[in-house]
Design a protein around this ligand. Structure first.
Ligand code: NAD
Length: 248
């Protein structure tokens, strides 16, 4: 896949799935923007790595749940490159606690990042994509937003279900120039699941047909496909990437 000269913003890309997506795009010639919220060292390290593939990459600190941060981030990108072609809404959080200990502030933090963050980046980047009559937006939902519910993260599950609906609305909003799709991963081997018990994770792994969790690169591969010209007739779609967890 060739993403030469394409400008790609990957939110929350200093680690995990976002980091993999950024590396793959940079290897394919894209100008990648690493976005991070707080871990400057991690973000600078990955920006240095991707700059060895394409030295027109950059790194921007912005909290996707804050409108001013998002607006400033998109303005900075437009100032430097003049356009934004691909937006991957990857940033996300999960706060795991049982039902009785879950409070409104947990819901607000989760929805603000996972759902409203997607709205904000899409609103500000989508405007330039429409002007340019070209764009791809790929959101990261989860099988938790469809049918593999987890009682310790009901707000996370609701935010990921919200992304599915938002993806379809954004596809309508930005038609016919911008394709908007989502990927719904099952379990992926990243730091996001570090707090969960080993026995729970082992039982979850057994539920997949492939008997393993995904590597971040396996999610990134699908995202690059959706951002490529090969997927030009796919719009408003949600693609599960879950190792067969639904039927396993
Ligand atoms: P991760 O925790 O390694 O990465 C998430 C990244 O998002 C981090 O770099 C974090 O700093 C960043 N982030 C969080 N809040 C932010 C904010 N307000 N502004 C900017 N950046 C912010 O987790 P991951 O597994 O790589 O997750 C990536 C995406 O994939 C998330 O949306 C997650 O919900 C989704 N997902 C993960 C799994 C899994 O099993 N790991 C499964 C399904 C979906």
């Amino acid at each position: 896949m060739n993403f030469q000269n394409k400008v790609v913003l990957v939110t929350g890309s200093s680690r995990g799935i976002g980091r993999s997506i950024a590396v793959k795009f940079a290897k394919e010639g894209a100008n990648v923007i690493i976005n991070y919220r707080s871990n400057e060292n991690e973000a600078k390290a990955i920006t240095e790595i991707i700059s060895s593939y394409n030295n027109n990459c950059m790194c921007i600190k912005a909290d996707v749940s804050k409108e001013q941060d998002v607006k400033k981030m998109i303005d900075t990108i437009i100032e430097k490159y003049g356009h934004i072609d691909i937006l991957v809404n990857n940033a996300g959080i999960a706060i795991d606690t049982d039902f009785q200990n879950r409070h409104v502030k947990d819901w607000q933090e989760t929805l603000n990042t996972n759902l409203i963050g997607v709205f904000l980046t899409s609103k500000y980047a989508g405007k330039y994509m429409l002007e340019n009559k070209y764009g791809k937006i790929i959101n990261i939902s989860s099988t938790n937003g469809i049918d593999t519910l987890y009682p310790y993260s009901i707000d996370y599950d609701a935010s990921k279900a919200g992304i599915i609906n938002l993806t379809k609305n954004l596809a309508i909003q930005f038609a016919p120039y911008v394709n908007v799709n989502a990927v719904a991963p099952g379990w992926v081997d990243t730091g996001m699941n570090d707090e969960l018990s080993k026995s729970y994770l082992k039982a979850e792994m057994e539920k997949t047909l492939l008997k393993r969790f995904a590597e971040p690169e396996e999610i990134a591969d699908v995202i690059l496909f959706l951002a490529s010209d090969k997927a030009r007739y796919i719009d408003g779609e949600i693609i599960r990437v879950d190792g067969g967890i639904k039927i396993g």
